[in-house]
Structures are given as structure tokens and as C-alpha cells.
Write a protein that binds this ligand. Structure first.
Ligand SMILES: Cc1cc2nc3c(=O)[nH]c(=O)nc-3n(C[C@H](O)[C@H](O)[C@H](O)COP(=O)(O)OP(=O)(O)OC[C@H]3O[C@@H](n4cnc5c(N)ncnc54)[C@H](O)[C@@H]3O)c2cc1C
Length: 435
């Protein structure tokens, strides 16, 4: 175990802490030793993946366990199309490795920098009404409790512990390895184009039904929405050129909002025109490996809140958000992202028990977010909105508990997986209450 006084900062630089110790275990034995050592020293501990959560889910002033060296595939079962992996592995490393075995994950989020554990345990999702969050791809998990006990669980064995540990936000045991159900490697055909916003809103249910993966970005000032449709194809790859990739990943997502904001301050009408024109040329039509299409590069920092509401409320809720922004005088440069996910059965999944639409709002790094995020959260609460566990929100256990029918089940499992509250921190106490 490495031991030194250190400062840890998350990716978006919205959270930081000064743990007493930071450890980098590379074996399960070392990981368990870390827990015993923390118990002996009466320290709290947190495990951290890639630090891509915007909230303080991974903060601790005790022992911080960085799993970046615990990152190997331990088994590939090509017959059953399953992989077992140490959970510190980043998705961006896992995907090409399983591709070499002819396998792929069914769905991914829009970046792949996350660790397997980090992505799974916050309910991270992609888009597609036929696809659950990434946790739904887990068929077995090896979990370590707050007392250092190993528990092998699955939907068939200790299902209650499995459900709580897999989406447990680091508060219900440490995931050690997980087995993921994969499928044969496949290419995706990506079609990205702007469309009139009113047309998209009127036809979004058809787009969602007719495409495996559909999402769009819209902006209160614009009459266009940037739509993305990804569907499987047996056709060979026809990837984006490097310039196209830069334009797609960095310019549209990263630099455009900055330019828009700067222009907006100086020439409000010009900025609207510029954004509109750029949206019009933001077209892509390409075929690539699934993981290269699902996830893009993200080098620009920012801050994000995302709410998950029942699909049936999507249009009304989005209209209220847009009306709020228009009437607020806020100068929002970043677009709003709208995605869909299937219902699942994990007790604290944002998609538990309901087909879901998620609405994500963003600000650039350094921009104030409270006067935007708080009112939008209030709107979402009218629709039983559940916040993404890894993104900004202002809820507490008392407001969250009524949103999750299996909340008590999660709390019971948490008691078993963390009887002495060793995995507690300020965030888990706020959102789940104390053990
Ligand atoms: C640019 C960007 C894009 C994003 N895009 C999406 C998206 O498309 N869809 C989406 O849903 N989310 C998205 N997110 C959110 C992101 O997927 C989640 O916040 C995710 O948790 C980050 O993974 P991580 O490895 O960085 O985890 P961390 O932030 O390091 O940790 C997250 C939580 O996981 C816990 N944890 C880590 N390892 C373990 C373990 N071994 N056992 C138990 N708990 C553990 C931590 O303690 C913490 O509570 C995005 C975030 C960013 C910054």
C-alpha cells in the first residue's frame, strides 16, 4: 500500500479531498488488506475509479483506494460471450480487448474513460429504449464487504446483495470483479443531423421506437435539434476521418459552446446565427466499431446534472425546462441532451421499474450552475425525477427515498455490506442517510 498525504481532485474539478492515505492495490488480496488496514486504523475508506463523477461520491479524508492498477481481464468465455474483469479497468481499455475476442458490450455511455466499477455503480447509461443502464450487463459480481468478507453474488445467488452492490454508489460494498454479458462484436451505422426542433418533439416517440439508439441535443435559443441515430449494420466500417472525428468530438461538443458564449456576450444575435449555422452543417454519416460510435472523446471540462423521468412525461418536462431558461435571462451556451433507457430491477437504479427519458443539462467549467440546476431540479421533481447518482443534484435521503420503491431493500443490503459504515462519506450520508 502506498501511503502519503495527498490531494485528490475529480475530473471536472468540482470535488477534492485530502485523504490520509492513498492506496493502489493491484490484486484482490491487496484490496482486502486495505479494508483490514482501514478497520484497524479506524479510518473510513472510499474506492475511486476514474474520478468522472461530478459529485463527492468518492471523497474521503481517510483511505482512498485507487483501482487504476486493478485492471485485468481474468476470464473470457467466448462460448457464453462473457468476460470477467477486475473493476478498475477503464471501459476505453476493455472495449478493444474484448473486440479482439470477437465480443462487444451491447451499449455504452457517451464517454468510455470511466472504470467498469464507477460506471456500473452510479447507474451510468447510454441511450436506447431497448437498453438498460450498463449495470444490466452484469451477470455476476464478487463483492467485498466493509468487514473484508468476499461475497460472490448474482441475480440467482444473494440477489438482494447483488442488486445493492452493483448499483451501490460505493456505499454498499466494494466491487472486486464483475462478469459482463457481451454479444458478438458489431458495427454501428451513425447518422447525425440537425432537424427542426418541433419536428423532433412531435416525432420523438417514433424515432425512439424505430432506432436502436436515439438521442438529441437542443438549445432554448435554437429552432433546430441535433439528432443522433445509431443502428447495427452488417456493412463494413466507414469511419470518420481524423478531421471529422475532431470536428465531431471536440469542436461541436467542446469549442462550440465556448465560442457561442463569447459571441453571446459581445454580439448576442451573431452568436445565435453562428450556432444555428454550425448546427446545420453538423452532419455525420459513418460506420464504425460499436464502441467507437457509442463513446466519443471529451477533453473540455464542465459540470452536469441529469434527471430521469418516466418516458410519458418527456415532452412536457422538456418544454417546461426550455420555457424556464427562456424566461430566466440565463445565458446558457451548452445544449440540453435527451436520451432514453429501458426499465430495470436494481433497487436504486434511476431506471428502476420504468421506461425512462433522461434530460441532461450542462454548464461550462467555471460557470455558475446553481441558478440553472436548482430550478430545473424543481421542475423534474414534479415528474418523480430521479437524479443521476454521479452528477450534480441537491437532494437528500428524505426526498430520494419516496422515489425508489425498493429503497428499504437497498438499505437492508447496505447494512449487511457495510455494517460499521466504513464506506460512508458526506455524500453517502446526504443521499442515503447514515448506516
Ligand atoms: C464527460 C462525462 C461524460 C459522461 N457521460 C455519461 C453518460 O453518457 N451516461 C451516464 O450515465 N453518465 C455519464 N457520466 C457520468 C459517469 O459515467 C459516472 O459519474 C461514473 O460513475 C464515472 O465513473 P468513474 O470510474 O469515474 O467513477 P468515480 O467517479 O471514480 O466513482 C463513482 C462512484 O463509484 C464508486 N466506486 C468506484 N469503484 C468502486 C468499486 N470497486 N466498488 C464500489 N464502488 C466503487 C465510487 O466510490 C463512487 O461512489 C459522464 C461523466 C463525465 C465527466
Amino acid at each position: 500500500m502506498d501511503s502519503s498525504k495527498n490531494r485528490w481532485v475529480n475530473w471536472s474539478e468540482t470535488q477534492s479531498c485530502s485523504p490520509q492515505q492513498i492506496a493502489f492495490p493491484s490484486t484482490e488480496g491487496e484490496l482486502i488488506d486495505c479494508i483490514h488496514s482501514a478497520i484497524k486504523s479506524d479510518m473510513k475508506l472510499k474506492v475511486v475509479g476514474s474520478g468522472h463523477s461530478f459529485v463527492g461520491a468518492a471523497l474521503t479524508d481517510g483511505l482512498l483506494i485507487d483501482l487504476s492498477k486493478y485492471n485485468h481481464i481474468t476470464n473470457v468465455d467466448t462460448q457464453n460471450k462473457q468476460v470477467t474483469v477486475q473493476v478498475g479497468k477503464k471501459l476505453e481499455d476493455l472495449n478493444p480487448e474484448i473486440w479482439n475476442h470477437g465480443l462487444a458490450m451491447s451499449d455504452l455511455s457517451d464517454i468510455a474513460y470511466q472504470s467498469v466499477a464507477g460506471a456500473i455503480s452510479t447507474g451510468t447509461h447510454g441511450t436506447g429504449i431497448g437498453f438498460g443502464c450498463l449495470a444490466t450487463q452484469v451477470v455476476a459480481a464478487r463483492v467485498i464487504s466493509g468487514e473484508g468478507e468476499i461475497i460472490d453474488c448474482s441475480p440467482e445467488k444473494d440477489a438482494d446483495l447483488f442488486g445493492a452492490a452493483v448499483i451501490g454508489v460505493g456505499a454498499a460494498g466494494i466491487l472486486s470483479t464483475v462478469t459482463l454479458q457481451l454479444e458478438d462484436a458489431f458495427n454501428l451505422h451513425a447518422l447525425e443531423m440537425p432537424m427542426p426542433f418541433d419536428f423532433v418533439i412531435d416525432h420523438q416517440d417514433e424515432f425512439v421506437k424505430d432506432n436502436e439508439h436515439f438521442e438529441y441535443f437542443c438549445h432554448p435559443d435554437l429552432s433546430l435539434a441535433l439528432t443522433k441515430r445509431n443502428n447495427r449494420t452488417a456493412k463494413p466500417g466507414k469511419p470518420l476521418s481524423p478531421l471529422g472525428r475532431w470536428y465531431h468530438d471536440e469542436f461541436i461538443i467542446g469549442y462550440l459552446p465556448k465560442l457561442t458564449r463569447l459571441a453571446k456576450q459581445a454580439f448576442p444575435q451573431l452568436s445565435k446565427y453562428l450556432t444555428h449555422e454550425i448546427m446545420v452543417v453538423a452532419r455525420d454519416n459513418y460506420i464504425d466499431r460499436s464502441y467507437s460510435v457509442f463513446a466519443s472523446e471529451r477533453k473540455q471540462y464542465g459540470c452536469e446534472m441529469e434527471y430521469f423521468i418516466p418516458k410519458k412525461h418527456a415532452k412536457e418536462a422538456l418544454a417546461r425546462v426550455l420555457d424556464f431558461v427562456k424566461g430566466s435571462g440565463l445565458k446558457i451556451s451548452m445544449p440540453i441532451e435527451v436520451r432514453w433507457s429501458a426499465a430495470d430491477v436494481f433497487p436504486i437504479s434511476m431506471c428502476y421499474g420504468r421506461e425512462t427519458t433522461s434530460i441532461a443539462i450542462h454548464v461550462e467549467m467555471g460557470e455558475r450552475y446553481e441558478n440553472y440546476f436548482v430550478p430545473v431540479e424543481t421542475i423534474m421533481m414534479n415528474y418523480e425525477g430521479r437524479p443521476h447518482w454521479g452528477k450534480m443534484h441537491f437532494q437528500t435521503s428524505s426526498t430520494l427515498a419516496p422515489l425508489y420503491p425498493k429503497w428499504d431493500e437497498f438499505q437492508k443490503a447496505r447494512q449487511i455490506l457495510d455494517p460499521k459504515g466504513i464506506f460512508e462519506n458526506a455524500y453517502t450520508k446526504r443521499v442515503f442517510g447514515p448506516i
